[in-house]
Design a protein around this ligand. Structure first.
Ligand code: PMP
Length: 408
């Protein structure tokens, strides 16, 4: 049993203490976005009431304080993922922005007609479409690692795909937002490196649930969003190895990303500023550092352990429901559970759960190709955060049985 006091942690999240449709809110849509603790909410207010000003520009004291706080946050995030250097952490708008940055810049510099890029069948649209755009622009081809029926990657096929001499890049999710599958990324990165293939990981659904060490993984790029890790929306990060960030051309041009501009030529700024054109989401970046503080105060290992316990409990409770079928049954799973009940449409089930105060997500979860593989229109997904309780899982199970009784 976890030693964490979940009720005490819940008290840090004011939004959870409310009723919807006159029922206590049961928030199980954390893979879409997590709620924010007081630490984060207070930091946001504090920023705008005390030091709001632009960064890296002014000589005045508020600008110095904002710049200092912005850079302190970068340091916290770098330490949290064990980056070798702070300047390997670039502030972006989020996972989507980070993935687009790498797809765009890598493509412009390195992709030629006949080359190929590899993704997996369980990718979020944000790790498919940017690569399709880039491949189309440079005459390259997008290839796909298939999955097994249980929602794990087909590692035998992966070996064959890595043998392809046209392959130039591998971009893969660490954890599937739909299936909950945790991919064996360390092993995959090692294999890719044997073939000299750089790797990007989409860790949007991993960073809030388990320790992440970019040096241990030896990964070239990592993308994540603040809002899925108890931070605000509109901010996220790209981690890149120094060597690789230096090799890529800039993404956007503008203020802050330059050293010197003339009409004839521009000299780009050093890392990380080369990739941070324009006024960034200053408050978001600063407050994301507080979200990291929140995760570290509890301890990411403790979070992983408590959530594993909750996941095991949820799988037990849900599997007792007649006609409930899990979509994705990988051995190693985290974050959330996708399921269907009989031939009830996921949207109908979700709507009845909502009326009972239970927030889940229904639909394709931005993974239409994956839905195609399973021949389903979508799933119902219950996804967890550190403030979720076993009582909430019980309520979910009761809610599903009620909904099934109504809809059958
Ligand atoms: N990748 C994965 C695995 C995700 O779950 C999500 C969010 N659902 C994204 C990428 C995109 O994140 P964002 O919308 O915050 O850019």
């Amino acid at each position: 049993e976890t030693k964490l006091d979940i009720q005490k942690i819940r008290k840090e999240f004011p939004i959870l203490d409310q009723k919807v449709y006159n029922k206590p809110l049961v928030y199980l849509d954390n893979a879409a976005t997590t709620q924010k603790p007081k630490l984060v909410l207070d930091a946001l207010e504090e920023y705008y009431t005390t030091i709001n000003s632009n960064v890296h520009r002014g000589v005045h004291i508020l600008s110095q304080r904002a710049t200092e706080a912005y850079e302190v946050s970068r340091k916290k995030i770098a330490a949290f993922i064990n980056a070798k250097h702070d300047y390997e952490v670039i502030f972006t708008k989020g996972t989507t922005d980070s993935l687009n940055l790498v797809a765009n810049c890598f493509g412009r510099k390195f992709l030629k007609p006949g080359d190929s890029v590899l993704v997996s069948a369980m990718e979020h649209h944000s790790n498919i479409v940017p690569w399709q755009i880039t491949c189309e622009e440079h005459g390259a081809q997008l290839k796909v690692i298939p999955i097994l029926e249980n929602g794990e990657l087909d590692l035998v096929k992966l070996d064959e795909l890595l043998d392809d001499p046209t392959l130039k890049f591998l971009s893969l999710t660490y954890v599937s937002n739909t299936l909950g599958t945790v991919n064996p990324v360390k092993e995959i990165i090692e294999k890719a490196h044997v073939k000299d293939i750089p790797v990007m990981l989409d860790v949007a659904q991993a960073i809030q649930h388990m320790p992440l060490d970019v040096q241990d993984l030896d990964v070239e790029f990592v993308a994540f969003s603040g809002h899925k890790m108890y931070g605000p929306t509109g901010i996220g990060c790209l981690y890149g190895k120094e060597e690789w960030l230096n090799k890529l051309p800039p993404y956007q041009g503008g203020g802050d990303m330059i050293k010197e501009v003339t009409f004839a030529k521009t000299i780009y700024n050093d890392l990380p500023f080369k990739f941070e054109a324009g006024t960034p989401d200053i408050s978001g970046a600063i407050v994301l550092g507080y979200a990291v503080d929140f995760l570290e105060q509890i301890g990411i290992e403790q979070i992983q352990e408590a959530e594993h316990e909750l996941m095991t409990y949820a799988l037990g409770q849900l599997s007792a429901i007649p006609d409930l079928k899990f979509i994705g049954e990988a051995k190693n799973r985290t974050g959330g559970i996708s399921f269907l009940v009989g031939n009830i449409h996921p949207f109908d089930l979700g709507e009845i759960l909502d009326k009972q105060g239970i927030a889940v997500r229904t639909g394709h979860h931005c993974c239409q190709p994956l839905m195609g593989i399973y021949h389903i229109p979508g799933t119902v997904r219950a996804s967890f955060a550190i403030y979720n309780t076993k009582e909430e899982i019980d309520q979910l199970a009761v809610g599903i049985e009620k909904a099934a009784a109504i809809l059958k």
